[in-house]
Design a protein. Structure first.
Lengths: 270, 236
């Protein structure tokens, strides 16, 4: 009964469509990011997108149009740093996260003031998605999915062994950049609903859960996608029924499933 | 009768950020060669390998590659990274990824590539491990899998970086036998960086010794008669 009622609200329909698509993209990309030891990049990007969002609102622009280019640029930059031998990349990411957070908060406090808006940016809100946002999410998520499927084998090769791929003539930089751009898009799209503080878990958790359960790369990718979508739906329902924030509920669902998968892996080993 | 050249260094200097590690090196690798690169730690063996693979542009001189090699038609067995040791992938997925260099603009594997992968797995005796997880294998098995992947990419040249690191003596012996087989029966040229001089000298045909001040390049017999080689024999 509740479920029928739940999806009779247009904002819930929008949240469901956008959320399922974003969790799907995040889970697919997450497998590569986690295996390449790039999890922190996802986290850094979400903070940058918070800063960009605050500036966009202050300037009166449509948030997504402003934050997408900014975050894509940041992704380029973070990737360069991660592969640069003389940079301490995790320190650099931490510095960048904190700075963009600080800039965002200063901008907000000088313009709209620290209202519930800030709370929404930080921890997400189901109401955040407008009709336009959903349309843009559908288009971009479709693009992410198509690119991921087309370049699946190459992304695998680059993730598994960069130096072999480079030596045998694969354009490794190109695929790393592709990965960074797709990640940036996914994070910007998901962040309004999930919140800047929580969106990176959408990238990391499903991959970790799937890696506990499956042995093949394809198995991990598929399981990660299924896990992510299922956790999003569970989180969204829980948030409606218990009136908890949607982002936190989705992360809690992911955490629960991750712990279960750890248990399953431990039992199987014995 | 000279075999066709695959790779050649002409007066090459290699290094990082203005600092040269190797200077004025001349080297030629022909089809069917078996070359071992030996030398002390920090003498520039890995740097040379990166240069040969085209990952590091030379500071001066020229590294010439045959058109085939330039297109990525070479097999490379890198040192394993820590990330790979817990990577969720089946043996088949790993070996198949070696075929990527000949794909051109195709997005998916062709049946011919799939059968080539299976054949190379059979050749290296890892076919029965096909659906096993790469991270669950022993060190020797992992190395065979990576070698099968390298064979998918290469038809004429294999480049190996410290292939026996972390292998027990029996597995190392197996690997050397396998390499000799590929070299003799399939005419695969092999270039190998190694610490394991004794075994290397048994199977290799030519040796490049990189020292701090001087380099030596010649056949195994010449090497054993040279000052660098004599020093090695004294150690034995």
């Amino acid at each position: 009964m509740d479920l029928v009622q739940m999806f009779s609200y247009p904002f819930m329909q929008r949240a469901l469509i956008a959320g399922v698509l974003v969790s799907l993209c995040a889970a697919l990309l997450g497998v590569s990011l986690v295996l390449k030891r790039y999890s922190m990049i996802g986290d850094g990007l979400s903070h940058v997108s918070f800063g960009a969002l605050a500036i966009a609102v202050a300037l009166g622009m449509t948030p997504l149009y402003f934050s997408i280019p900014v975050v894509v640029l940041a992704a380029f930059f973070l990737l360069r740093m991660a592969s640069h031998p003389h940079w301490n990349s995790d320190a650099a990411i931490a510095v960048m996260s904190a700075s963009s957070l600080a800039i965002g908060i200063i901008v907000i406090s000088r313009t709209t003031g620290m209202t519930t808006d800030v709370d929404n940016y930080m921890f997400g809100s189901v109401l955040a998605m407008t009709r336009e946002d959903v349309a843009l999410s559908v288009v971009l998520c479709a693009a992410v999915l198509v690119l991921f499927i087309l370049f699946y084998h190459k992304l695998f090769a680059v993730t598994f062994d960069e130096s072999f791929s480079r030596a045998t003539g694969l354009k490794v930089e190109r695929y790393n950049t592709l990965l960074a751009i797709l990640t940036a898009l996914t994070i910007v799209l998901g962040m309004r609903m999930m919140g800047a503080m929580l969106i990176s878990s959408l990238v990391i958790f499903p991959a970790l859960t799937a890696m506990r359960l499956f042995k093949s790369f394809r198995g991990v990718v598929v399981c990660s996608a299924v896990t992510s979508v299922a956790c999003f739906c569970a989180g969204l329902t829980a948030s409606f029924v218990l009136s908890t924030p949607v982002g936190a509920s989705v992360v809690a669902a992911n955490l629960g499933l991750f712990l279960l998968s750890c248990l399953a892996a431990a039992l199987r080993k014995r | 009768m000279e075999a066709p050249e695959l790779l050649a260094c002409r007066d090459v200097s290699l290094g990082y950020e203005g600092q040269s590690v190797l200077t004025h090196l001349d080297l030629s690798i022909q089809e069917g060669d078996y070359l071992c690169i030996v030398g002390d730690n920090g003498s520039g063996k890995s740097t040379l390998l990166r240069g040969l693979l085209g990952l590091l542009p030379p500071q001066s001189g020229e590294i010439w590659r045959s058109p085939d090699i330039r297109r990525g038609n070479l097999g490379y067995l890198p040192q394993q990274t820590r990330a790979q040791r817990d990577f969720p992938a089946t043996v088949y997925e790993v070996v198949l990824s070696g075929c990527l260099n000949q794909k051109g603009m195709h997005f998916f594997y062709s049946p011919a590539q799939k059968s080539a992968a299976l054949m190379n797995m059979g050749k290296l005796g890892v076919l029965e491990l096909k659906d096993q997880c790469y991270r669950d294998l022993s060190g020797g098995q992992q190395q065979r899998v990576l070698l099968a992947r390298a064979l998918c990419a290469a038809s004429k040249l294999l480049i190996l970086d410290e292939p026996i690191t972390g292998l027990d003596p029996a597995a190392a012996q197996d690997l050397y036998k396998l390499l000799s087989y590929l070299n003799r029966k399939e005419g695969m040229a092999i270039v190998m960086v190694t610490h394991d001089l004794k075994a290397a000298l048994q199977s290799a045909r030519t040796v490049l010794h990189i020292g701090r001040s001087s380099c030596f390049c010649g056949t195994v017999a010449e090497y054993l008669a040279s000052p660098q080689g004599r020093r090695f024999q004294e150690v034995e």
